[in-house]
Design a binder for this molecule. Structure first.
Ligand code: SAH
Length: 410
């Protein structure tokens, strides 16, 4: 009998809509001594017209991805620092957090980039963060952190120790958590009756529109739409009360939810749900078309870089991002095609990219060696990267991107 994958929310059969092949851990930067023992899995995506959830069929165990040496530090981007400052102000302005006695819990608090704005104002807060090195940074800045994976038993423990929360917030983490029902139940029990859940994640509508298939990697077990978020949370008696598109991570959505009937619903909710139906985010067929565009994008990028190398040019990449792991391993771009990757995270420097094994150098190497061409792996930080590397363009260097299709940026 053949195996039929099932939806992580409803258990209904999934349609296999995209196959990105054999892939390593997106953030699994490694040393040559580790090449032989590298872990790979099959990166395939399924969709359910029933739950509207776009999801990975197989995902590595969370402990393999989030651990003591987890290499993603939110605070490495100035743009994200500003974003989280604005996000915190927005929560306070809307009155979701009223005064010092209000209690906010953040899931995936990482290095404290967001909670620091509450800690500085003396507001009760708690970060939930299982990855050791990033939690250390948050604690060193006076942020209270519990180093665990969030689930409904942790929610119970938090309520017992601190009481229920006015706000549960999360950024770029809800889409990481495979047991979505357990997560929803935990959040519902953690919130006060008039509490709100506010979270943001890369937005499926933008991924489909931009063919930004690099948002799909091991950590992102789900890529959410508002339709999907609605079907998840209605099972625990919660509803969407606001939707706000964000420019971060190449196009994200901020979802605000409350317990049914507790708060007014903003007009944006119905507007965006309607747009999603118009875009076909409720139909398997849309993702079959997306999959064909992904295939074209992968071959176009490989061909372009291969041609440039054939002409004797140097081609580097900017940003050792987890997103680009998907691109290199799907498109078959290895150290034969990319000379090196540069990145400002010390932890990644001197290591090699997952699967493709391209060497990673500090950013000053990029400025000193000045390649002829550079693939903008951190395409979602285009402005920040280009502003910081004007000399590259002035010396005739050209940026390559694959979003929304493969082309030169300058
Ligand atoms: N919120 C930050 C970090 C996003 S990276 C930002 O937007 O920049 C995702 C973070 O979530 C990682 O630090 C990871 O360790 C953490 N995480 C993963 N699974 C989690 C879980 N089940 N509960 C809480 N945090 C989790």
């Amino acid at each position: 009998m053949s195996y039929t994958p099932s939806c992580r929310l409803t258990g209904s059969p999934l349609d296999l809509v995209l196959d990105l092949g054999r892939q390593p851990l997106g953030n699994g930067f490694l040393t040559p001594a580790q090449f032989n023992e590298e872990y790979f899995f099959s990166l395939q995506c399924g969709f359910s017209e029933d739950s509207k959830l776009f999801q990975l069929i197989e995902q590595p165990a969370p402990e393999m991805m989030f651990h003591q040496d987890y290499a993603f530090f939110s605070g490495t981007s100035q743009h994200m620092k500003h974003h989280f400052a604005d996000f915190a102000t927005d929560i306070i302005t809307k009155g979701f957090v009223k005064d010092e006695s209000s209690f906010i819990v953040e899931l995936g608090s990482n290095d404290g980039i967001f909670l620091t704005h509450f800690a500085q104002r003396g507001i009760s807060h708690l970060g939930v963060e299982p990855s050791g090195v990033v939690a250390d940074v948050a604690e060193s800045q006076g942020i209270t952190v519990t180093r665990e994976f969030f689930d409904s038993s942790l929610a119970q423990a938090i309520v017992a120790q601190y009481g229920q929360a006015d706000v549960v917030s999360a950024a770029n983490v809800m889409c990481h958590i495979p047991d979505i029902m357990e997560l929803a139940r935990g959040i519902e029990s953690l919130l006060k009756d008039d509490g709100v859940l506010i979270f943001e994640d890369p937005y499926l509508g933008e991924i489909v529109r931009l063919t930004s298939y690099d948002q799909i990697y091991d950590e992102h077990v789900f890529l959410f739409s508002a339709l999907a978020v609605q079907s998840i949370f209605e099972t625990v008696g919660m509803q969407l009360i606001d939707l706000e598109p964000q420019s971060t991570h190449g196009g994200s959505m901020r979802y605000t939810l409350a317990k049914f009937g507790r708060r007014a619903v903003a007009p944006a909710v119905q507007e965006i749900l309607n747009q999603e139906v118009a875009q076909g985010l409720d139909k398997t067929e849309t993702f079959a078309k997306f999959s064909r565009r992904v295939k074209e994008s992968g071959s176009a990028l490989r061909n372009m870089i291969q041609d440039l190398k054939g002409q004797g040019h140097t081609v580097a990449a900017f940003g050792a991002t987890s997103k680009s792991t998907t691109v290199y391993n799907y498109a078959g771009i290895g150290s034969d095609l990319l000379d090196y990757i540069c990145d400002n995270t010390p932890f990644k420097q001197g290591k090699f990219s997952p699967g493709a094994h391209i060497p990673i150098f500090p950013e000053n190497h990029f400025r000193e060696a000045t390649p002829d061409y550079a693939f903008l792996a951190a395409w979602n930080h285009e402005k920040e990267v280009r502003d910081n590397n004007k000399a590259f363009e002035e010396l005739g260097g050209r940026w390559i991107t694959h979003v929304p299709k493969v082309h030169f940026l300058n």
